[in-house]
Design a protein around this ligand. Sequence first.
Ligand code: CP3
Length: 354
Amino acid sequence: MTSLTNDTFLRALLREPVDYTPVWMMRQAGRYLPEYRATRAKAGSFMDLCKNPELACEVTLQPLERFPLDAAILFSDILTVPDAMGLGLYFSEGEGPHFERPVRSEADVDRIGIPDPEGELKYVMDAVSTIRRELQGRVPLIGFSGSPWTLATYMVEGGGAKNFSQIKGMMFDRPDLLHRLLAKTADAVTVYLNAQIARGAQATMIFDTWGGALAPANYREFSLAYMQRVIAGLTREAEGRKVPVILFTKNGGQWLGDMANTGCDALGVDWTTDLADARRLVGDRVALQGNLDPCALYASPERIREEVARVLASYGQGPGHVFNLGHGITPDVNPEHAGAMVAAVHELSRAYHV
Ligand code: CP3
């Protein structure tokens, strides 16, 4: 394997000294890029794109051709795992993801198996290998998975949720059943992430999009505990380097202190928490990733630069910060504005690493 030309991202995740704050964007390969829309049209659909390793590699690299990003992220989706469990994933235009066979009963939970990453999910692993080959060591590749709780939310609801009526109904009525589902899902996530690492992912991120919808005690029992279980089972070194793990609970600001004790290396922070407060909560236990409000990219490049300056100042001096948006970039953002953000991070952050 070639060594990395730019490993700033990996060093920042381990709180090692860097010359500038590295930056990448959640959903950096996506609909805001016309070249992404063209490749998706060529593939046929979003899932066809995910299932074609060459085209998934192509869209992974597109944002890197435009902007000097410090990391690439595997182009795929968190719902590949429940799809491989046989739930029948489909996307309906403008309505997001759905499952043909949601998990509701005891029999449904029993029926679910742990997908073989080199079997039903081989297309994801082939994408990882292809991307690593094509990156040629330019920047590290991030692998990812949904958290057990977030995946279970989609599996039980049968798609996106407004009130979480099905999953929370199960949580309050049948906690035993939900625990069985979460345990299986956590094992599936563990082998899935380890397979990505074996194929060349150099860092991993766990997306807990819906953990923030839980009451604190429920968050600890049904989301955090299973993320901790996943982390405990992960391969932590590959190719002679540490493979850092980033944990991201959207709307999880109040739990950052607990999240820092899971054994992860870094925490994703959304824009509802100030990075200075987050840093006080976690101390020197973990690095922080975030947290510009994605809507700031609707403003002018001059205003974007001011907002970048504000986020950098809120983290303050020294290593341990990876710049990112607080959630995914939205489809109607002008790509030039994303470029303005990346340039501002690289330029203005040098003052914080002297
Ligand atoms: O960050 C990246 O560039 C990597 C790719 C990535 C995608 N999805 C691509 C995608 C990642 C890391 C994800 C994770 C994901 N998928 C999450 C967790 C992150 C988060 O946003 O909190 C969730 C909840 C999903 C489930 C999912 N997939 C949703 C809710 C949607 C949106 C549906 C829509 O119509 O907008 C998707 C589809 C999806 N995943 C798209 C992309 C680029 C858009 C598909 C398209 O129309 O091209």
